[in-house]
Write a protein of this length. Structure first.
Length: 288
């Protein structure tokens, strides 16, 4: 009987395994081969193995480390901003949403728009010469900052990314907040605990797994950002807003250095996998 059940389990898993091998395993294998090969669009079907030269050229490239620095700072700052604002909104709006749940729909609207469209929209709105925001700032105050120049582009990108993805963090935190048992709060209130102590010592510890997961999800998404940055500023003046994804894009399509681009993408994949592994390890320690 046990053998039959194992056979049935393997039969159920077979389509999933075949799908993963076909659509993920094969491209991953091809990318690994390209990353250790001399390859271009001319010899794409017959690359010649060249060892770890592509990885070495990536590691000694100053622009690569600039893009890593940008992606790291961008990922950390946007994840922090989104989580802090989302947590505040989740706690502050919880009583209102409990009575008028239909208000959740407009709060989720930024998530419905593609990031590239958000980038194009803000590029038009913030354009130094044609944008309405600089126009009215100059009209009312006599001056307007250049939101997309080398001095302000990084801050502008953080604000745009935060505005779009804060609803994601808010939704996770709101669901975690309303899932806290009422009897826990009531017991603390009966003991005379003020609201800020209930929040700090009871509610936030119970929400901690969701807080950690949301931060790492948003960090990974911010670290590999492409759409908003490419639509708003591209690589920026002197590569000031070149994220790691844009670096890979430029190496692949503009320089034709396919092996170098694939090597950088493999390194990005390994870094993301390491973050996910660390998150899973922390979750396992908490369960124990």
């Amino acid at each position: 009987m046990a053998i039959v059940k194992r056979a049935e389990g393997r039969a159920y898993l077979a389509p999933l395994v075949a799908f993963l091998l076909l659509f993920l395993g094969f491209p991953a294998l091809v990318n690994l081969i390209y990353s250790v090969s001399t390859v271009s669009f001319e010899n794409l079907r017959s690359p010649s193995l060249s060892g770890l030269g592509n990885y070495a050229s990536v590691l000694v490239d100053r622009e690569f480390w600039q893009s890593v620095s940008f992606s790291m700072r961008f990922g950390i700052l946007t994840a922090l901003a989104e989580c802090l604002i989302g947590l505040f909104l989740a706690i502050f709006l919880a009583p209102l949403l409990a009575k008028r749940s239909f208000l959740m729909a407009p709060l989720m609207l930024p998530l419905m728009v593609a990031p590239a469209m958000i980038g194009l929209m803000y590029r038009l709105v913030l354009h130094e010469f044609a944008g309405p925001v600089p126009y009215y700032l100059f009209l009312w105050f006599g001056d307007s900052p250049a939101f997309l120049d080398i001095n302000n582009a990084f801050r502008t990108l953080i604000v745009v990314e935060t505005l779009q993805w804060t609803p994601f963090a808010f939704l996770l935190f709101y669901m975690a907040y309303v899932a806290i048992p009422l009897d826990v709060r009531e017991a603390a209130e009966l003991d005379g605990a003020p609201w800020f102590k209930i929040l700090w010592w009871i509610e936030l510890p119970l929400m901690l797994p969701t807080l950690v997961i949301a931060f790492f999800i948003r960090f990974i998404d911010g670290f590999r950002v492409f759409d908003n940055v490419y639509a708003l500023t591209g690589s920026g003046a002197g590569g000031s807003t070149t994220s790691l994804s844009i670096y890979i894009y430029q190496a692949f399509f503009k320089e034709g250095a396919i092996g170098k681009a694939v090597a950088a993408s493999v390194m990005l994949f390994v870094a993301s996998l390491a973050v996910l592994y660390g998150l899973n390890w922390l979750a396992g320690r908490r369960r124990r």
